[in-house]
Design a protein around this ligand. Structure first.
Ligand code: NDP
Length: 315
């Protein structure tokens, strides 16, 4: 690796969702001269949602993409160096830590904040992507409110699907829940709650064939994978809750993770198993996954990084 391709920075932030930008705001204000690489989807998951009504400080709500533009502007105004580029490889064997960008350039950093987020898993249907944001969503807590008093469907059978079905059942007239096997993966207590909720209608052994509608979601076609029976159900919203994939692949082998790939942090901190490497946002959170919790942990990561760098005499 030629030295000319290496750039040295104090604080490197990987990822540009609420966690990354909040870390950048705090790090810039603490004079850590953060460099932030935005990754493949600048702004993160919020750029594929519509209206955000549950982020404090926006009494009239705000569009997800607009909110992320605001986050970015605020980080830039504080002095964060925000760049387009994807972290493709890391070497955390010794300090300063090395992170490769776009398979080319290497950055050397005294402190690294990982805020690469998670991606919702999708069924892979053409209609699902076409109607994403037009009745199709991967987040009931974000978008359920728009379907108050309406019929919706949800696919999935884990704890997330159970939690989201229960959440939707409080807002919607009927929640049609499609489960591909004859049992749920969710914890027993969640299964019981779902099955005892009168307006959640469970369809066992059921696959989603297509979501129907031109410019908005109007119905869904499902098929029983045991009997072959096909039916079409009128709905206004279709929620996909089949799991998330943390964007942590490049850190495997360096950073401790759980079996699903979520980065482990020391409880109550953003510290990982490697001193000087911190994690914030959805890449380390499979439970809450909210913009506001991601922003909160981004703040924690910048404060932890600042303490680490000042203890080393580096800022
Ligand atoms: P999981 O991986 O646990 O569950 C995903 C579900 O989606 C499974 O039921 C799976 O079906 C189903 N699924 C996957 N692919 C498809 C597909 N193509 N078509 C139809 N169904 C599909 O993900 P979760 O997000 O639910 O949970 C992730 C982790 O987070 C778990 O460990 C969970 O316990 C935890 N969690 C905890 C919470 C809490 O404690 N409050 C809240 C939310 C999550 P199948 O069962 O057939 O494989």
């Amino acid at each position: 690796m030629a030295d000319s391709t290496v750039e040295k920075v104090h604080c490197l932030i990987i990822g540009s969702g609420p966690a990354g930008y909040t870390a950048a705001i705090y790090a810039a204000r603490a004079n850590m001269k953060p460099v932030l690489y935005q990754g493949i989807q600048p702004g993160g998951q919020l750029t594929i949602t519509t209206e955000v009504e549950n982020y404090p400080g926006y009494p009239d709500g705000i569009q997800g993409p607009d909110m992320m533009v605001n986050f970015e502007k605020q980080a830039a105004r504080m002095g964060a160096d925000i760049r387009f580029g994807l972290a493709t490889k890391v070497d955390f064997s010794k300090q300063p830590y090395r992170v490769q960008i776009d398979e080319e350039k290497w950055i050397e950093a005294d402190a690294v904040i990982i805020s690469t987020g998670a991606s919702a898993k999708w069924l892979g249907l053409e209609s699902e992507q076409r109607l994403n944001g037009f009745g199709v969503s991967a987040c009931a807590v974000c978008d359920g409110f728009f379907f108050r008093g309406k019929e919706v469907a949800i696919v999935g059978a884990g704890d997330t699907a159970a939690e989201e079905a229960l959440y939707l059942s409080k807002l919607c007239t009927t929640v049609h829940m499609f489960i591909r096997r004859d049992q749920m993966r969710a914890s027993k207590v969640m299964q019981e709650r779902v099955q005892k909720t009168p307006n959640i209608k469970i369809y066992w052994n059921t696959d989603t064939e297509e979501i129907l509608g031109e410019n908005k979601t109007e119905a869904v076609r499902i098929k029983n994978n045991k009997t072959g029976e096909v039916q079409t159900i009128k709905i206004s919203g279709f929620f996909v809750a089949i799991g998330h994939q943390p964007n942590s692949d490049i850190f495997k082998g360096w950073i401790d993770m759980d079996e699903a790939g979520y980065i482990k942090t020391i409880p109550g901190t953003s510290k990982t198993n490697i001193e000087g490497v911190f994690a914030a946002g959805d890449v380390q959170d499979k439970i809450y996954r909210q913009a506001v919790t991601a922003a909160g942990t981004g703040c924690m990561a910048a404060l932890d990084a600042e303490r680490y760098l000042s203890a080393k005499g580096l800022v």
